[in-house]
Design a protein around this ligand. Structure first.
Ligand code: AP5
Length: 207
């Protein structure tokens, strides 16, 4: 059983690491951001509601997000563990999660904010959750599922700046929160994806 939370600023590489962890350890990748983007693509009521916050880089209200995660964690595929990417993002979300499940590792991916604007400007995403960077892959289709890649609306520079400010204010208190529970582990997100993943694997295998 491996129950993981990935913490980190926008563009730290949470989605990239989640994809590798999922493949290596066979546990589902649950990204609240992906859930909202799928709902936006499907034009659901939830999608319309979430979009009004996401487009300006603000957080979707806690109660909505908590219900989604609580329901998802009850699914059969989470019995052997899971990776939470982008949740929790506030102390209130973390306290709600504590009532639902224990967590083994909170992996905090540390990245210099100066790298983030470029990473997000060059990001191309797929609806299956895969992400690429134009400096490394110039194709228009996803290598995993063949889906058409797209640029996220909230990756514009001004919105990214607000997402970083929101992260600092609302999400960084979680670092102390999980440190005090002795389950916080820092990894360096400034190097390349593979190097960061080596650190993540060492952590999970206890070496
Ligand atoms: P969400 O989708 O969770 O976005 P985020 O947290 O801002 O994180 P990102 O997905 O932008 O970055 P990432 O760390 O996953 O980086 P990635 O691996 O893609 O949330 C979006 C919005 O949804 C929020 O603003 C909010 O409105 C709402 N929301 C979601 N969850 C919520 C919640 N719990 N509560 C309330 N609202 C919520 O990498 C980025 C790029 O860099 C890619 O191009 C990648 O190829 C590249 N890259 C990654 N790692 C490296 C590396 N080590 N070296 C070089 N390039 C790298």
């Amino acid at each position: 059983m491996i129950r993981i939370i990935l913490l980190g600023a926008p563009g730290a590489g949470k989605g990239s690491q989640a994809s590798l962890i999922k493949d290596k350890y066979g546990i589902p990748h649950i990204s609240t951001g992906d859930v909202f983007r799928q709902n936006i693509a499907d034009k659901t009521e939830l999608g319309k509601y979430a979009q009004s916050f996401m487009d300006i880089g603000e957080l979707v209200p806690d109660d909505v997000v908590i219900d989604i995660v609580a329901e998802r964690l009850q699914k059969e595929d989470c019995k052997g563990g899971f990776i939470l990417d982008g949740f929790p993002r506030t102390i209130s979300q973390a306290q709600s999660l504590d009532k639902i499940t224990a967590i083994d590792y909170v992996i905090n991916i540390q990245v210099d904010f100066s790298l983030v604007i470029d990473r997000l400007a060059g990001r191309r995403a797929c609806n299956c959750g895969e992400v690429y960077h134009t400096s490394l892959y110039q194709g228009v289709f996803c290598k995993r599922c063949g889906g058409l890649l797209y640029q996220r609306e909230d990756d514009k520079e001004l919105t990214v700046k607000n997402r970083l400010a929101v992260y600092e204010k609302q999400t960084t208190p979680l670092i102390e929160y999980y440190k005090s529970q002795n389950i916080l582990f820092n990894v360096d997100g400034n190097s390349n994806v593979e190097k960061t993943f080596e650190e993540v694997q060492r952590l999970i295998s206890g070496n």
